[in-house]
Design a protein around this ligand. Sequence first.
Ligand SMILES: C[S@@+](CC[C@H](N)C(=O)[O-])C[C@H]1O[C@@H](n2cnc3c(N)ncnc32)[C@H](O)[C@@H]1O
Length: 368
Amino acid sequence: MGTVFKLFAVSPPGLEEITLEELKRLGITGKLTKGGVEFKGELIDIYRCNLWLRTANRILVRVARFKATTFRELVERISRYPWEIYINEKTPIKIRVTSRRSKLYHTKAIAERIMEGISKRVKFTPVSAQTEEEGESLIVRVEKDFFTVSVNSSGTMLYKRGYRKDVGEAPLRETFAAAMLLIAGYNGEKPLIDPFCGSGTIPIEAALICTNTPPGMYRGFAFESWRIHSPSLWEEAKKEAKSKMKGCSAPIYGFDLNSKVLKSAAENASRAKMNSFITFKRASFPSLKMEEAYIVTNPPYGIRIPIKDTENLYRKLGDWVRQNFKRAKVVLLSPLPRYVKATKLPLKRITSFSHGGIRVGVYVGDVE
Ligand SMILES: C[S@@+](CC[C@H](N)C(=O)[O-])C[C@H]1O[C@@H](n2cnc3c(N)ncnc32)[C@H](O)[C@@H]1O
């Protein structure tokens, strides 16, 4: 048995339980906490989680936990941990610090002392990261003088799968789109329709689920530069994933009125290598007449538009679902319950999350 790491999957608040379920499917038992799931695993588990988790934003390795009330103590304690495992001369380091109810609270000074403690241990001065793309490499949380220092194995946040370059006006984060599909119980066996698809995030995430493609298949990760990284084990994880990938039998549709965003959607789908499984079309509530389907969508939020107009749009959505599908599982996002009420569909709010600074509810229901 290899080294066992203390790990933490960071989820967007509101989606922790879905991440827990995803981990279960990978054979991992985790403990639910606010903001994510704690679990233990070996190097292969770090690889699998980064590759497969659709709703987590980062996979952290909990490296250090100690108490410190002075900067001198902080430098000394930090220098006791094996940072050389994760950090080399070439890895740019970016430290994010949050401090609450602690003697040491100046986050910039804490970050500087942590860098100093690490340099003392590894016997070189790590380079500081300059760009957002380099990701946050160390996440430091100080709570009542207790420091928890974690290494971010993912690098750039996991919602950045690498396929989205062009974005619509209010693009949905990939992790949220995946969460909505997992909440619906979508597994690719029945048609999936997003009548307000914008830049195509929901249909693309659906195609990734339908084809059993890991969302991290075509991007890089911070762990690839660790000293303990095993390229052969990583190749094995990817090979195992490839062997599980399959085609998609039920259709996936994305409709929108805006031809510019539809063009982006098609380009994004090509980059994700999912274009052959999705039909994007310029249309508003087209006639489809299906026995059964999943309707998963992120309708316009109605900001800067009269409430009445948005209510009308939701009313039309409700009519369209009732007229076109014998049975449908509906999952939609909405910032206002009155919009959802306007659909007259039997929808229940099951969770909520903050998206682009707006709190949106996730509404789910079966229409029969
Ligand atoms: C909140 S955005 C969807 C964003 C999308 N989930 C994404 O990831 O890019 C809502 C979309 O609804 C489209 N839309 C607005 N009214 C519409 C209508 N009547 N029929 C079809 N699409 C419409 C807009 O063009 C916009 O792209």
